[in-house]
Ligand binder design. Structure first.
Ligand SMILES: [Zn+2]
Length: 166
């Protein structure tokens, strides 16, 4: 039973990780971060954008990013994940979902990402057609524990809130 007087406000969660390898650019939040290693992936390996994509798709109950952008599809090879995030935004818009906010945390031991967070916010906000104030990007380390602490990879988690407007 649906109740039109009750706002259809939903949240979604996303998580992603990629391995760090030599010979790849490190792209996070659409920012090219100077570093000796980059994230390995079929696309540009932008873990924080991928986590946000899954949070948004989950909030709208649209499956996960692998359903919409399979890594077996050559058209997504080395693609900027910001383009994929724009496509996710289009999918939500088509379903009359309005994005309220997104919040993400990047887990990385190295390099220090703090100086790049405002640019990440700006890029992600632009892909989502959302003012940067509704995009929160944070960073933490794993205190040298696990694959993140050993600098073998970088992970990110995200949450998104959306509202049905139709
Ligand atoms: Zn990913």
């Amino acid at each position: 039973m649906t109740d039109a007087s009750f706002p259809d406000f939903r949240v979604g969660i996303g998580f992603d990780s990629h391995g760090l390898v030599e010979g790849r650019r490190l792209i996070l939040g659409g920012v090219d971060v100077p570093h000796s290693h980059g994230l390995l992936g079929h696309s540009d390996g932008d873990a924080v954008v991928h986590a946000i994509m899954d949070a948004l798709l989950g909030a709208a109950n649209l499956g996960d990013k692998g359903v919409h952008f399979p890594s077996s599809d050559p058209q997504y090879k080395d693609i900027s994940s910001l383009i994929l995030l724009g496509k996710v935004t289009d999918l939500l818009r088509a379903g009359s979902w309005r994005i309220s906010n997104v919040d993400a945390t990047i887990l990385a031991q190295n390099p220090r990402l703090g100086p790049y967070l405002p640019d990440m916010q700006r890029h992600i906000g632009s892909a989502l057609s959302l003012e940067p104030g509704r995009v929160s990007i944070k960073v933490t380390t794993s205190d040298y524990l696990g694959f993140i602490g050993r600098e073998e990879g970088i992970a990110a988690c995200a949450i998104a809130a959306v509202l049905q407007t139709s």
